[in-house]
Design a protein around this ligand. Structure first.
Ligand code: SF4
Length: 600
């Protein structure tokens, strides 16, 4: 007799996290393969190390206090020289003070107390980018750091060939609507000053800039002087910008490593400063002036985003000597900025093969002592221009899982043009997917509750609830109604007879999956499409304008669900023959041929 395997041998996930860290009643992902949550330590929400990865640093921002400061053995907090007045969030945290911004961050994160936020900021592992001027407008404080949820940034900005201030402010609002946690104004054309000011005043999220862009408007890069740099930094700090990308890590000695690259220097700031160094035969002025720049940024609490001017621009250049030499300098600058009381995050690449992402994240975590890593993508392949929001959000998910705290979005227009409104939406959504997926995998409390709620609505075939919970409910509703414009207990994907969810519900013992309190007594009229939903279908180009109009203007009568009556396509009340007939009639007939017909 042939031996058979036991049919119910259960294997359980190895719960490295060991405890479910959820603060919510329904629970969340215990971070099955992630490390045990270590808020207050270097492994807060972290992935286990693949063999060979750089270990965490044994230092934090506490090891880089300003001259004259010491740490109280009694309280653990810092003691500043007499008469010192704290300005930055880092200085307040070091002194043990909880600011209103720290309280706000704790309220928004849900799983962190104000004390935990303060301690993470004091350790340098978290920043609250909040210029004091911007706080006087409409800024809603948020935090970037691995103990908090993963954040995403959307880049905006007029170019010399396209767009203007009004469009960019509108784009900013659009990006925030689609989930951007911060925005960067990267304008290189139009009225840069007016555009920056308008975005800061209107934005509820932190605004970042690359100050060198405005410094070379009307002058050649080689004419950049120390005065122009320091005046430019001060002017933008006064305007309320919350974080600056400063490309101080590109040193003269690094340029030799760029020669053999496939695509050289792809950072605008990096390439401009490299040219300046070659023309003048001197060190990068951003590096030379770093301490003075720190002093200005501290006055307004502008956070550093230490720029990666030598990031790779293609997979072939990833993790090369130029990139890693610059990272060593960024680590040195992190320590120097901390000694000046400034908040710091570090920027990272770019284009990295999938297998090198973990090493890049963990090397930065080690060298920069846990300072938040803010990465662009990274793209994991270069072969799909037009789809780089997808190639990069795959890398971004891995980057966040392995340690990145903020993901800079990439839109479908990357490498080929300036993003328009819909590109901004596509980029934001791709990156919200990356950030949320990483948070679920890391076991950040409450993250998976959202997924579980949608699963319950889906299991109950509660379409309204599913679309209400969806990140982009308009698109989900429009795509649903494109095929079947009633909310019944199946959809256009499989149809009535093959709907496994409906069949599961019919199995008497099947007890799970019912959304609490939801029972479908009859077919629901799908609400008429909104204008946004109509536009989504128009862009798909599958239905004719008449068909979309029909979906948008239908009535209860048209779908057979008049007041008091039950529409006959609902299987709970109709026999199979009628249900199949109604399904056939009510499914919107596409104008395109079915795939198998095309092959004929
Ligand atoms: S018809 Fe198919 S896709 Fe639609 S709800 Fe049922 S199982 Fe899901």
């Amino acid at each position: 007799m042939v031996p058979t395997r036991p049919s119910h041998s259960f294997r359980e996930l190895p719960l490295r996290g060991a405890v479910n860290p959820s603060t919510f009643a329904q629970g969340t992902n215990p971070g099955a393969f992630a490390n045990r949550p270590d808020v207050g330590g270097p492994l807060a929400y972290s992935s286990p190390d693949t063999p060979g990865m750089p270990p965490v640093s044994d230092k934090t921002a506490w090891d880089f206090l300003p001259t004259g400061w010491r740490r109280s053995e009694e309280t653990g907090f810092a003691i500043a020289p007499a008469g010192f007045v704290p300005v930055t969030q880092l200085e307040h945290a070091r002194l043990g003070k909880i600011t209103p911004e720290m309280r706000r961050v704790a309220a928004r994160e849900g799983h962190l107390s104000a004390e935990a936020v303060r301690d993470e900021v004091a350790s340098g592992r978290m920043i609250i980018p909040a210029n004091r001027v911007h706080l006087g407008h409409t800024l809603d404080a948020m935090a970037i750091g691995r103990a908090s949820r993963t954040k995403i940034n959307a880049n905006l900005g007029a170019s010399p060939v396209s767009s203007g201030t009004e469009q960019e402010v509108e784009k900013m609002r659009f990006a925030v609507r689609w989930g951007a946690d911060t925005v960067m104004d990267l304008s290189t054309g139009g009225d840069l000053d007016a555009c920056r000011s308008a975005i800061v005043r209107a934005s509820t999220v932190p605004v970042g800039t690359v100050p060198i862009y405005s410094m070379i408007i009307g002058r050649k890069i080689e004419d950049l002087t120390d005065k122009v740099i320091l005046d430019g930094v001060r002017h933008q700090a006064e305007q309320g910008v919350d974080y600056f990308t400063i490309h101080a890590g590109v040193r003269r000695g690094h340029l030799q490593f760029v020669e053999k690259r496939l695509i050289g220097i792809v950072s605008r700031g990096g390439s401009l400063l490299a040219k300046w160094m070659l023309v003048h035969g001197r060190e990068n002025p951003m590096y030379a002036l770093f301490d003075e720049i720190c002093d200005i940024m501290r006055e307004y609490d502008v956070s550093f985003s230490l720029g990666d001017g030598l990031r790779p621009g293609g997979l072939g250049d990833a993790t090369d000597r130029a990139q890693l030499a610059e990272l060593e300098t960024l680590a040195e600058l992190t320590e120097r900025a901390w000694r000046k009381g400034c908040q710091v995050m570090v920027e990272g690449p770019g284009h990295i093969p999938f297998d090198q992402i973990e090493f890049n994240m963990k090397l930065q975590r080690q060298l920069c002592h846990g300072a938040p890593f803010y990465v662009l993508g990274p793209l994991v392949t270069d072969a799909f221009p037009g789809y780089d929001h997808i190639t990069s959000c795959i890398g971004a998910t891995a980057a966040a899982y392995h340690g990145a705290s903020m993901l800079c979005y990439v839109t479908p227009k990357e490498h080929v043009g300036l993003p328009k409104a819909d590109d901004v939406k596509q980029g934001c959504i791709a990156y919200k997917i990356a950030a949320h997926s990483a948070d679920v995998a890391l076991g950040i409390p409450g993250s998976r509750d959202w997924d579980d709620d949608i699963t319950k609505a889906r299991a109950a075939l509660n379409w309204e609830k599913q679309f209400e919970l969806a990140f982009d409910g308009d698109t989900a509703r429009a795509l649903h109604d494109e095929d079947l414009d009633v909310d019944t207990d199946f959809c256009g994907m499989c149809g009535h007879d093959w709907c496994s969810v409906r069949i599961s519900k019919e199995i008497a013992e099947f007890a799970s999956g019912k959304a609490e309190g939801f029972t479908r007594e009859r077919v629901m009229k799908s609400p008429a499409l909104t204008e946004d939903q109509q536009k989504i279908l128009e862009q798909r180009g599958v239905l004719s304008p008449e068909e979309i109009h029909k979906l948008a203007s239908k009535t209860r009568k048209a779908v057979g669900a008049e007041e008091g009556s039950k529409a006959s396509c609902h299987s709970d009340v109709a026999d199979d023959t009628i249900a199949i007939q109604v399904q056939r009639e009510r499914l919107v007939q596409l104008r395109t041929k079915a795939p198998h017909k095309e092959a004929e």
